[in-house]
Design a protein around this ligand. Structure first.
Ligand code: BGC
Length: 344
């Protein structure tokens, strides 16, 4: 059993009878592999990642990881709850990103296997103690991964606290439905169920403005290749070095609803993202000049994976008008996100 800091780490496999197969590590709750058939029935891994635990223990851009306590950025790492200010750790240009230096992507989760109503399932539990990365309250988190006969990887999150706190969980998988990250994702066609997005400053913090996607490169209301406008002369694209923004999802109820659809014309693999969350961070893998060493020792080229992170809006605690991310004792945080695969 490989270990992290002397503690053993396990890798679980969930599969359905049709060949869909997910591998999930107790380190970071990381989805390390996801095998999906192409139009000829060939199973390939469609997520970027590392071959060994050692890879995940070194620097990587949150490949497949569970992100918490707060996915995305909080300006200055500052939040105020019940009149009290809390300083979260600042690990990204003076801001708090993805839970801080030692977020949920770097902790070891307690695992229990089983079949839930959706199919073979894995439950991961973690208790984040009061003060961890600056957050108030002991937060108990349960994540259930399941693989369904409808070719879905489903992730259900829940959390409770003993003190008022904030929570915003997501999964940070990088998808490449063509070849798992050998080539770029610019030819993937993407549709996002959103009329509006959040412009940001240069450090990817939302300015507070809510902008219509109309007549902007952020309009994915019709399925459009990711690369069609990514190099347009647009201030927001320059700030993100491509897409690194939150779209405000069109939503009508409380259940998981369609947020996005993406497909790779070369393999016919298509993926729908359904979620209960109000926002979708679409990150087109725009790392400035570094690329990361990944599976089979390869380097992943620029923009070779795309993230569709279902979450609340970045910096919500400092924008009273954004949907709240506050969790109080006695309440249950719940979020469900489903990645559903099909062929076109
Ligand atoms: C963020 C990017 C960041 C990346 C991972 C994304 O969710 O929006 O700004 O570079 O995660 O490192």
């Amino acid at each position: 059993m490989p270990t992290a800091n002397g503690r053993s780490v396990e890798l679980y496999t969930l599969a359905n009878t049709r060949g869909l197969q997910a591998k999930i590590s107790t380190y970071g709750g990381i989805v390390t592999g996801l095998k999906v058939p192409d139009r000829h029935g060939k199973l390939d891994d469609v997520v970027l990642g590392c071959d060994t635990l050692g890879g995940y223990l070194s620097v990587h851009p949150y490949f497949g990881a569970t992100i918490g306590r707060y996915a995305n950025r909080i300006a200055g790492g500052k939040i105020r709850l019940e009149g009290k200010e809390y300083q979260l750790t600042t690990n990204d240009e003076g801001n708090h990103l993805h839970g801080g230096w030692h977020g949920f992507d770097k902790v070891i989760w307690e695992a229990a296997e089983g079949d839930d109503r959706n199919g073979p399932a894995l439950e991961l539990r973690y208790v984040s103690v009061d003060g961890e990365e600056g957050y108030p309250g002991n937060l108990s988190v349960l994540i259930t991964y399941s693989v369904t006969e409808a070719d879905e990887l489903r992730i259900d999150y829940s959390a409770t606290t003993d003190q008022m706190t904030i929570v915003n969980l997501t999964n940070h998988s990088y998808f490449n439905l063509a070849d798992g990250g050998v080539s770029d994702i610019l030819n993937h066609h993407l549709k996002i169920e959103a009329e509006r997005f959040l412009p940001t400053d240069r450090r990817a913090i939302p300015t507070g403005e809510i902008r219509s996607v109309e007549r902007t490169p952020f309009d994915f209301r019709e399925s459009t290749p990711v690369g069609a406008r990514i190099n347009d002369n647009d201030e927001q694209l320059r700030f993100g070095n491509g897409y690194n923004h939150t779209w405000l999802l069109n939503r009508s109820g409380r259940l998981a609803e369609l947020a996005a659809e993406v497909y790779a014309p070369s393999t016919g693999r298509a993926m729908e993202v359904l979620t209960t969350e109000p926002g979708l961070q679409f990150f087109s893998g725009n790392f400035p000049d570094l690329t990361f060493r990944g599976k089979e020792g390869r380097f992943y080229p620029f923009r070779s994976g795309l993230c569709l992170e279902a979450q609340h809006y970045p910096n919500s605690p400092n924008h009273p008008g954004f949907p709240s991310t506050v969790l109080k004792p006695g309440e249950v945080y719940a979020q469900t996100t489903i990645y559903r695969f099909s062929l076109i």
